[in-house]
Design a protein. Structure first.
Lengths: 155, 155
DNA sequence: CTTGAATATTTCAAGCTTGAAATAAAAGCG
DNA sequence: CGCTTTTATTTCAAGCTTGAAATATTCAAG
């Protein structure tokens, strides 16, 4: 037989699992909507948007490795995305003086213009997707998400 | 100039955007951990696990189209994943009597055994990932996620 | 200097994902 | 019955993603 403490821990574990599945469904659903909107309204993709957003926050440019750790994706991944943004004339690579191994990626002038339009729409889509939550609810959820990340994100 | 109501709506929009970014970071982080654990501990992937979980809940089998709408992924996607599960001897396709277009996918006996082990570990990993939230916090967050989905998910 | 370890990035194979096109079969209908 | 439309699935090209291997360069000893 199992004690009361174990039974409660098992229930809590099940509740955490159910929350996880719902959370995943919510974020996947919103993400799918964002991907669809980006494609239909701007003929682009979420990974390209993410890279452009990172570069927009760092006008001085980011090294490829900084970009990949900032976005938490692999090095090889950003290589390909920056390649495509460069082909499209939205980003460019610059040599780093004093280290011939490294490159910094930056947005071009056109990249900045394009990103500004993307970002405005993006904020609107997210606002609509979370529109069922009012200010207090957003604040509560933000607090709980931060708390959950304190454990999860410290690896 | 803009009125107070507009200014508040803009602030709320920014707060929703910040919450979205945190939420995405939390779920992506947990998901990355699950993918790593599945690979390292069981040499498998999250999409395979998701398909096996769906099939485990439906021992009578699911049509390919039911599987894809259940998992909210494209038809072509499940075709490939079921192909690989079949190659590994974990799933199989069966003809549907009376409709030669359709197929149902099912877990094999070995597929069920493998899934049971995966599921146990999976629940433990999720429990650990959300371990910073106690029962009341899980309940609050679950309520808010449901509320957010009521709007988002009704498409 | 030169050898070896560490660092920055790219390349690569494999798998996931999508939307669109292609196949195939069933259903409706004149 | 023939013909069209709908439904079920697969195929395909393109892009994303990863971890591992390959390149290139820098750094640290000796």
């Amino acid at each position: 037989m199992i004690g009361r403490a174990q039974a409660e821990a098992q229930d809590l574990s099940k509740d955490r699992l159910r929350l996880w599945l719902r959370l995943l469904k919510l974020t996947s659903g919103i993400e799918a909507g964002l991907r669809r909107n980006l494609r239909e309204a701007h003929d682009t993709t979420l990974p390209r948007f993410d890279v452009m957003a990172a570069l927009a926050r760092h006008p001085e440019g980011l090294r490829m490795s900084e970009l990949s750790s900032y976005l938490r994706v692999s090095n090889g991944n950003v290589t390909g995305i920056v390649d495509r943004l460069t082909e499209e004339g939205l980003a460019l690579r610059m040599a780093v003086p004093g280290d011939r191994r490294a490159q910094t990626a930056r947005l071009t002038a056109r990249g900045r213009e394009v990103f500004d339009r993307l970002a405005a729409d993006h904020e609107g889509w997210v606002d609509a997707a979370l529109g069922a939550l009012d200010g207090a609810e957003i604040a509560t959820m933000t607090r709980l998400v931060k708390q959950a990340m304190a454990r999860e994100g410290q690896e």
